[in-house]
Design a protein around this ligand. Structure first.
Ligand SMILES: Nc1ncnc2c1ncn2[C@@H]1O[C@H](COP(=O)(O)OP(=O)(O)OP(=O)(O)O)[C@@H](O)[C@H]1O
Length: 313
């Protein structure tokens, strides 16, 4: 069956556990060839949504399709055809890189198994490590092997659940370069992440909190839609810490967060921001702190969303 132009197309997806709604009427459309980032605080429902999308969990409410297959009646087809990488990907530590891939190719009954294993080793730059034990690989290489395992059966859609958690920045960058190459070849990727630099690398984003999708669109769309006014405050670190403590209690502000050595502060309008700084003026003056208007970024938007929904920050 030829996959449709919209690989994920679901409406009203809902899951409850013991009377608690953990995914609450989620609508999601993911077009082919796109890297779609899925963000949200811990426990917000990302894994549960992904597991419903790949046919491993049955939704309590809602409908739709994945790869053109019905989520409710064709879950078996979806499971066979997506590439799903869980947070705790299971590799056999005492098998070599090549043996791991060969074993998984057998389970999936991949046609022309030997050729596919060889091609995937080459595609993922794992050829030189093919005889190394998986258990002896660094975190970055293990994660690359896990991605290779998801690609063996040539899926058109990858569902990746925090694939780079705990991996160093260089390995994460290489992983994302690879994802972009795959997307350029036509693969579609839904990927959950907590990293802002990764969010910025996605073509489109969705932000979920307490089971509800609060924002969707490109990074630029989300920044424009949030309509935040932001400033960066600089000065001595102790003064900034005192200011941060004071501003976090100011309910007129949407987000207060450290970005390196500056404090980023956002509000719903420039006036609200100026008013908050006016209230904090005595402290800013005695501590020698300066506020300069800045462009709000994705991180400001996500912190504001998180603080609005009481999900942390
Ligand atoms: N099988 C289950 N039984 C009961 N509650 C569950 C079950 N699976 C998940 N939950 C709850 O559902 C909520 C959403 O969990 P989920 O794992 O989908 O969040 P998440 O966004 O993926 O979190 P994280 O970023 O920490 O991985 C949490 O409160 C979790 O405790």
């Amino acid at each position: 069956m030829t996959a449709p132009a919209t690989l994920i197309d679901v409406r009203g997806l809902t899951k409850r556990y013991g009377g608690h709604t953990v995914v609450d009427h989620v609508d999601m459309q993911v077009p082919r060839g796109v890297i779609y980032g899925f963000l949200g605080p811990n426990g917000s429902g990302k894994t549960t949504t992904i597991r419903m999308l790949c046919g491993l969990l049955t939704p309590d409410e809602g409908e739709g399709s994945c790869l053109g297959y019905d989520l409710r009646t064709q879950a078996r087809e979806i499971k066979r055809q997506v590439g799903y990488m869980t947070q705790k990907f299971g590799l056999y530590e005492d098998l070599s890189v090549e043996e791991n891939l060969d074993f998984i190719a057998r389970i999936y009954q991949v046609p022309k198994r030997r050729e596919r294993v060889d091609a995937t080793l080459g595609q993922m730059g794992l050829g030189e490590r093919r005889r190394q034990l998986a258990g002896a690989l660094s975190g970055g290489w293990k994660q690359r092997l896990a991605l290779a395992a998801c690609l063996l059966h040539e899926p058109q859609l990858l569902l990746l659940d925090e694939p780079t958690a705990g991996v160093d920045p260089n390995a994460r960058r290489q992983f994302w370069d690879r994802l972009h190459e795959l997307a350029a070849e036509g693969l579609t990727v839904l990927v959950s992440t907590h990293y802002m630099d990764e969010a910025a690398r996605c073509h489109a984003l969705a932000y979920i909190s307490e089971g509800r999708l609060l924002a969707r669109g490109s990074g630029a769309d989300l920044i424009a839609h949030a309509a935040l006014a932001s400033s960066a405050v600089s000065g001595p670190a102790t003064g900034l810490a005192m200011l941060g403590h004071e501003l976090r209690r100011d309910r007129a502000l949407r987000s207060v967060a450290w970005f390196g050595a500056t404090l980023h502060v956002s509000a719903g309008s420039r006036q609200a921001l100026d008013d908050a700084f006016a209230r904090a003026q005595p402290l800013m003056e005695t501590q020698g702190l300066r506020a300069e208007p800045s462009e709000p970024g994705l991180e400001d938007v996500f912190i504001a969303l998180m603080q609005d929904s009481g999900g942390g920050g």
